[in-house]
Design a protein around this ligand. Structure first.
Ligand SMILES: C[S@@+](CC[C@H](N)C(=O)[O-])C[C@H]1O[C@@H](n2cnc3c(N)ncnc32)[C@H](O)[C@@H]1O
Length: 203
């Protein structure tokens, strides 16, 4: 089975060719909003958080989780209490499979990120997201989500992206209006992932 798996920052991640992943796909169908695989922006997020960690036992919300490996990384390495959110519930079997494989627990939440209310955000300390800003309208949706999170008392937001224009638009606005850090990030061999990252720490 090992040829169908890889180890990424201490996590076991299945390839699409893994028999169990193929079985999930047969039984539940393919996710429909690009949550059909593990995206490299999650590697960037893990790499960055390894260098600039979360505080232990933070309540983490991963938005647009897909297979959810970035959140699983936070649960495994920082003991985060994890909630993984996606608009497409067909990603959850892949997420739950990887959570179990890596020995962590997760709550799932089917919701669109533009629908998350301030009262919901009060339950979280940290929001993360990887490759979730790929259509033009997503820039405003995510900018507004982060503004609500700040008002709700969330203390940190970290998001990564391969460098798509809608993410850059959002990131520049966050940098100018909310003091976000916005920079390139690279994860060296063996992962070889490059992209951009936004980090906001609210005091
Ligand atoms: C490109 S995938 C990235 C998945 C995962 N973060 C990763 O790095 O592997 C984008 C994910 O965002 C989800 N998504 C798209 N629009 C969304 C929305 N409005 N609210 C919540 N999730 C959304 C999709 O269903 C998909 O799982």
């Amino acid at each position: 089975m090992a040829t169908h798996e890889r180890s990424i920052f201490g996590l076991t991640v299945c390839k699409n060719s893994h028999p169990d992943i193929r079985k999930i796909r047969r039984e539940t169908g393919d996710p429909s909003i690009h949550g059909n695989k593990f995206w490299k922006s999650s590697i960037l997020l893990m790499d960055y958080l390894q260098e600039y960690p979360l505080r232990k036992r933070a309540r983490v919300l991963e938005v647009g989780c897909g297979w959810g490996l970035a959140g699983i990384f936070c649960a495994k390495h920082f003991n985060a209490r994890l909630t993984s959110l996606d608009a497409d519930s067909s990603v959850f079997p892949y997420l739950e499979y990887h959570a179990e494989l890596n020995g962590i627990g997760v709550n799932t939440w089917r919701c669109r990120y533009e629908k998350i209310r301030m009262a919901d955000l009060e339950q979280f300390d940290v929001i993360i997201g990887a490759d979730i800003c790929f259509w033009d309208q997503m820039s405003d949706m995510l900018y507004n989500l982060i503004s609500r999170a700040r008002r709700a008392g969330v203390s940190r937001v970290v998001m990564t992206d391969p460098g798509r224009p809608p993410f850059r638009t959002m990131a520049e606005r966050l940098m100018h209006k909310q003091g976000a850090e916005y920079f390139d990030w690279h994860s060296a061999h063996p992962h070889n992932a490059s992209g951009i990252l936004v980090n906001l720490s609210f005091s």
